[in-house]
Ligand binder design. Structure first.
Ligand SMILES: [Mg+2]
Length: 215
């Protein structure tokens, strides 16, 4: 874990013994892919998701050539720099977290570049989701394990990425893994994830699932 990530986790205001919900942001709290598709179109690139991955899905609008890994990284970095502050909320997310907040502490664990963390916090706060935000890179399992250790209580992890559900199982096996997206745009390409403990079709169902679990 990088010193920057460790410092963010240390600084997160956690109360030991209180249930913890660790929640992803893109495609769970705020829309990402449809916004990225609009933004890419303005740069001369097309997003055509045929499966749950960006590799091969971004093509030059003129030539149809797929963007290479380095180009994708550069485009995403610019997208986060220019657009994070105005990502649109997913329906039901703010109300869902508000319903859960009386019985659990909530932390947002999100893969945004460090330079976009403040914009992500402001954007979420503007949507009524003013929770601590931890900017992660790569797999989230190690950060999740450290958050769970500090919470010393039941922990649930919510993410739309199959890779992150697998990372959670590997590094934080005691955490309940919920595979979830609130995005209609993403649902047609969303695979089943065998490593998840649960899935939910929408935010109200997700809230009901968590409330049942913690009675
Ligand atoms: Mg996500």
């Amino acid at each position: 874990m990088s010193p920057e990530l460790a410092a963010q986790i240390d600084a997160a205001p956690l109360s030991p013994g209180r249930p913890l919900i660790v929640v992803d942001a893109d495609e769970v709290l705020v829309h990402f892919a449809p916004h990225l598709a609009r933004w890419l179109a303005a740069q001369g690139w097309q997003l055509a998701l045929r499966e749950y991955r960006l590799d091969g899905a971004i093509r030059h609008a003129g030539t149809g050539e797929p963007a290479g890994a380095e180009r994708i990284r550069a485009l995403l970095d610019r997208f986060f720099a220019e657009e994070t502050h105005r990502q649109e909320a997913i329906a039901g997310a703010a109300a869902g977290l508000a319903a859960l907040a009386p019985r659990a502490q909530i932390v947002v664990l999100t893969n945004v570049p460090a330079h976009a963390r403040a914009a992500r916090m402001r954007n979420l706060a503007g949507h009524g989701m003013a929770f601590p935000v931890i900017a992660n890179t790569g797999g989230k399992g190690r950060a999740l394990a450290e958050l769970a250790r500090r919470a010393a209580a039941p922990v649930a992890f919510i993410d739309d990425s199959p890779v992150q559900i697998v990372s959670a199982r590997r590094h934080a096996p005691g955490v309940v893994r919920i595979h979830f997206t609130g995005s209609e745009y993403l649902r047609p390409v969303m695979p089943q994830v065998a490593e998840a403990d649960h899935t939910a079709p929408d935010w109200p169902s997700l809230v009901a699932l968590l409330e049942r679990g913690w009675g």
